[in-house]
Design a protein around this ligand. Structure first.
Ligand code: HSE
Length: 301
């Protein structure tokens, strides 16, 4: 009557696909331990690794709030009692889908404790609601890959239509998190609501090229396509040394470089683990020289 679930960090947007593309990494991620108890209701027992930033109040904590939402939807909130331990292995506000990983782990855990009444597809809308609670907007490009694994496309939001995409075997991500706080809420307020048609044409060309590249394992096409002309120019100003980091990653042979989700983490996409590792190391060395603390994660896409 207890489960332990790990849900991975995710790189939303995949550089060119704002709010529609994302992939999961191997590590870091968050862990939820959930226990069935006699007394009905949802309670948080403990939270580790959040530097005291997350609420223990079950109504205000996103994980417990989502668990409650699911129990209510199933009409069993009066009968079921659970207690939650949340262990965060990744920083909050990092652009690595920290809140999504916790939410997905929590919802997967409760579903599992109940004997899996819902499929992953059916769990997805609850995960999106969790994202809305966490940052004020229900985008699915972190929760979808955290729940489904691999690379996912949100073909549409209304109704939600999630497509799993093929993952070329040599595709790696070198991720660096410069330790500055960029809340998704703020990073979303900054971006312009209107885009120029010529920029839209460039962007959808890139998205289509990336998808074709993924299906054909065409690394050159993937690299050519992973550019963002809509969001990056605005958000880059929130990230210290962004363009210097980009240059270093490309010098090390990365296929592409950009912002992970809403930042401040950045991601170098590479063919092969060695190049991803080298790009991330070089970026980290640069940040250290600039007196900016950072963390690095290298993972298969
Ligand atoms: N697509 C979202 C954004 C992801 O860029 O705001 C947030 O992690």
């Amino acid at each position: 009557n207890e489960v332990r679930v790990f849900a991975p960090a995710t790189v939303a947007n995949m550089i060119c696909g704002f709010d529609i593309l994302g992939f999961a990494v191997d590590f870091p991620g968050d862990e939820v331990k959930m226990y069935r108890v006699e007394e009905p209701g949802v309670r948080i027992r403990s939270i580790e690794g959040d530097e005291g930033r997350l609420p223990l109040d079950a109504d205000r904590n996103t994980v417990s709030a989502c668990v409650k939402m699911l129990l209510e939807a199933l009409g069993i909130q009066e009968q079921i009692g659970v207690e939650i331990e949340l262990i965060k292995h990744m920083p909050i506000g990092s652009g690595l889908g920290s809140s999504s990983a916790s939410t997905v782990a929590g919802l997967f855990a409760i579903n599992n404790l109940l004997g899996d009444p819902l499929t992953k597809e059916e769990l997805m809308p609850f995960c999106v609601e969790g994202e809305r609670l966490a940052c004020g907007h229900g985008h699915a490009d972190n929760v979808a890959p955290a729940l489904m694994g691999g690379i996912t496309l949100i073909r549409g939001y209304n109704p939600l239509d999630v497509i799993k995409l093929p993952v070329p075997t040599e595709l790696y991500a070198g991720i660096v998190f410069p330790k500055v706080d960029v809340p998704t809420r703020d990073a979303r307020q900054l971006i312009k609501e209107k885009v120029l048609l010529k920029d839209a044409v460039t962007q959808w060309g890139n998205i289509a090229g990336l998808i074709a590249g993924l299906y054909d394992s065409d690394y050159d096409l993937i690299g050519r396509s992973m550019h963002d002309v809509l969001i990056e120019p605005t958000r880059a100003i929130l990230i210290p040394e962004f363009y210097e980091m980009k240059q270093l990653a490309l010098e090390e042979g990365a296929l592409s470089f950009g912002i992970s989700g809403s930042g401040p983490s950045v991601v170098a996409i590479a063919r092969g683990k060695d190049i991803a590792e080298k790009a991330a190391t070089r970026i980290q060395q640069h940040l250290t020289a600039c007196d900016i603390e950072s963390f690095k994660y290298v993972s298969a896409v």
